[in-house]
Design a binder for this molecule. Structure first.
Ligand SMILES: *Cc1c(COP(=O)(O)O)cnc(C)c1O
Length: 375
């Protein structure tokens, strides 16, 4: 039996993402006066923005017909990523015979926003703007991709960002400095609140973001809170919409490509919840598998259940997704074997996996495919 897999989750934990911002495209004849004139005619601007591709603008959103029964359907989207992202064959080394793996390149959604967070933020940022927010608040680990993507997306929409970042106590006291995503956030002028792992676990990200929201309200700001990972009912729509995108890409292939399984890394659960729901409701009907890189499967079955309940899907998470543990040594810690896999995949296919998420998911997927052929 021919089995085809697809890995949606290729994304980079990129330390170099900030470099992009420095090479701006400047129009030499753009005088300050012209800038003022243009800014005064916003209607013409919106039309021009749409003609030139509609990037970084708010536009109305209509859910796919098969998702019309779900609640919290967004009314608008704010275009942050380059979509559709490509799908191509991925000849991973040592795949079992008669098996094909294809990859959906969500890492190509846009460098500064890289990957799955862009899809969620398109809806979250549109909502923040529609509600008249002047800043966003969110939380995550010290090198959180979600926090970096949120800070970029917020700036694109003209909003400030307030980030609660969790790290070890010595680093809170000493300050981690200008490294990786934190460097990008500081270049963007994000407001950083460092919290020790102990405090983060004790209070939880929800209470901490609420506390910061309260303080900002008292200061007269209009904050919009985005949960850790951007995973809530609204953010979920990013990956419901991704399923429509995949459906359309399959149609374009003339039906030659069909996928039996979809495999992703799972960190806060939003990506897999949206995909599993979409795959179930749409014509895709692929089996969705998640490999968790932080907590265990039980935690994520509950988490996906919470997300799909919020959308009033009436479905059971155990029926629409299979979740397995791939955390190995723990979040953001890799074994030598996992790192060798990342190296071998890069050398064989040109694709550089991030070791925190997709590296572990792909490693576990290949292992699972050879341990359980045909399942
Ligand atoms: C956040 C993230 C994931 C996990 O997505 P969730 O929706 O949080 O489960 C996977 N890969 C990368 C690179 C990420 O940044």
């Amino acid at each position: 039996q021919k089995r085809k897999n697809e890995n949606i989750g290729l994304r980079f934990q990129s330390a170099a993402a900030g470099a992009m911002a420095l090479s701006t495209c400047v129009l030499p004849s753009f005088s300050p006066q012209a800038a003022v004139l243009r800014r005064t005619s916003t209607v013409a601007n919106a039309a021009a923005a749409s003609r030139i591709g509609g990037f970084l603008s708010s536009k109305p959103y209509a859910p796919p017909p098969w998702a019309s029964g779900l609640s919290h359907a967004p009314s608008h989207t704010f275009t942050l990523g380059h979509f559709p992202t490509p799908i191509h064959r991925w000849d991973l080394p040592e795949l079992p015979r008669d098996t094909e793996v294809w990859i959906k390149r969500d890492d190509l959604a846009g460098m500064q926003l890289s990957g799955n967070k862009a899809r969620k933020l398109e809806f979250l940022v549109a909502d923040a703007a529609a509600r008249g927010a002047d800043c966003v608040v969110t939380a995550g680990g010290i090198q959180s991709n979600h926090c970096r993507a949120t800070a970029v997306a917020a700036k694109y929409a003209g909003l400030d960002s307030y980030l609660i970042l969790c790290t070890s106590k010595p680093l809170v006291d000493r300050d981690p400095g200008l490294v990786g995503n934190l460097l990008v956030e500081r270049l963007l002028g994000a407001h950083i609140n460092l919290v020790s792992q102990r405090e983060f676990l004790k209070f939880g990200s929800v209470a901490l973001t609420e506390l910061l929201e309260k303080r900002l309200l008292e200061e007269g700001r209009r904050p919009y809170v985005i949960p850790a990972g951007g995973s809530n009912a609204l953010g979920n729509w990013g990956y419901i919409e991704a399923v429509r995108e995949i459906e359309e890409q399959i149609q374009l292939s003339g039906g030659d490509v069909q996928f039996d399984d979809i495999v992703v890394a799972c960190g806060s659960g939003g990506t897999v919840a949206g995909l599993a729901l979409g795959s179930q409701l749409s014509s895709l009907k692929a089996k969705v598998h998640a490999f968790s890189v932080c907590y265990g499967p039980k935690y994520f079955y509950d988490c996906v259940q919470g997300l799909i309940d919020e959308l009033q899907s009436g479905l059971n998470s155990h029926d629409i997704v299979s979740i397995e543990d791939a955390k190995g040594l723990g979040y953001a810690r890799s074994t030598a074997e996992e790192l060798r896999f990342v190296k071998d995949v890069a050398a064989a296919t040109g694709i550089v996996l991030d070791p925190v998420y997709t590296g572990k998911a792909a490693y576990s997927m290949v292992k699972d495919m050879s341990d359980n052929p045909g399942s």
